[in-house]
Design a protein around this ligand. Sequence first.
Ligand code: ATP
Ligand code: MN
Length: 477
Amino acid sequence: MKRTKINTLLHQGQVNQIVNVKGWVRTFRSNRFIALNDGSTINNLQAVVDFENFDETLLKRINTGACVSVTGTLVESQGKGQSMEVIVETLEIIGDADAEKYPLQPKKHSLEFLREIAHLRVRTNTFSAIYRVRHAMIFAVHNFFNEKGFFNVHTPIITGSDAEGAGEMFRVTTLDLKNTPLTEEEEINFKEDFFEKETNLTVSGQLEGETAALALSEIYTFGPTFRAENSNTTRHLAEFWMVEPEMAFYDLNDNMDLAESFLKYLVNYALEHCKDDLNFLNNRYEEEQKAKPQNERTEMGLVEHLEFVKNNNFERVSYTEAIDILKGSKPNKKKKFKYLIEEWGADLQSEHERFLVEKHFKKPVILYNYPKNIKAFYMRNNEDDKTVAAMDVLFPGIGEIIGGSQREERLEVLKSRIIEMGIEESEMNWYLDTRRFGSAPHSGFGLGFERMIQFITGMGNIRDVIPFPRTPGNAAY
Ligand code: ATP
Ligand code: MN
């Protein structure tokens, strides 16, 4: 008999029909009620076994975690909490799970414990919901850009350009580390390496993305990026996914408009397509908030947060205005910030970003026109010669979720920035060619995909929104 997915049954199932369902046992209670889940939805299907008609040894194998196939009649449920259930006629154990050894017991496990068994945590309600929401968001990203006529471009994952500038890189090499070939100057001879030069894992697809935008007009990349930053925070991974649109003929304002409508589209997509999972995550979030001390709780629930972002304009604030606000703020005056804001030019830390978003404006904020000294070489110089046309989108609970800029399209200005930053010009010739031939104003940004999933799911730690997180000291699986 053909198997039907639980999600299909619960939405389109016809009562009094014989159905087959396969899935994993969540609980088996009173020797009678199996809560069965096949991952197609957060909702379990109740399968009712009349224990008198079943062999005792078979019943003993219906343990939490076991994989089973049940065939029986779909009926309207008698009990509370579910609309339909299956009265089991035949039951087959597909894969046993030893109740003594199975790590996931039908009780609450801590997120920390589940991180240690990342290969099994997808079988919990929380993680299966996160995996499904993540899928929906991947789909929504492609939908958004496809509908707008952007082209998806695959930029390289192994990069030979060492000036991406966004962070520390992971080296890619096939050299024998015990016996590295040396040059006459006793330095590692990368001419003998696989690519005959130094290569790394990419930190961003932007520079290659720009070359495509200056031919296809509007493109986006959506790929893995790698940063060997030794920051053990709840918002940093060593391997994460980034969405990077790049658009010819967009100035900084156009860039901010696109970023805002993109984020709202994703939030709205989740609200419309992930209702059951978001309800579950919303309850999880509320319980987590209740366990916190009063002053650390957020005022809004998860779904309320999402509705709020969807329905309100983001606050656009220049870096200079932000510094004035921060300088005069209570935590700065009372020396509550770890890094006090003393003068214009200071780099903003996440405590400052979160103050602006959560305490001052109480809504998402787009900061723009940052001091050029704290930003990358490719950002467009403003008239004041002090700031560049950069923008960061800051979200409640997250801090920076997007970083972007209008790019420097003027060859001479860009060249002098490259020299100022001590970057080898010859290495950047391919990039400079885009400015030598048919240069045009253009802009783009990068959305950290996992930070977005954190926002949508309300998960506090970025390690919980990617199936197999890579962080300093952790590359299991
Ligand atoms: P941060 O200051 O938060 O470390 P960044 O300024 O280094 O971020 P960008 O280079 O601007 O980050 O990257 C674009 C986006 O990628 C960021 O806005 C963020 O959402 C995401 N991002 C950056 N670094 C990481 C990381 N290590 N793990 C997960 N997401 C990241
Ligand atoms: Mn940034």
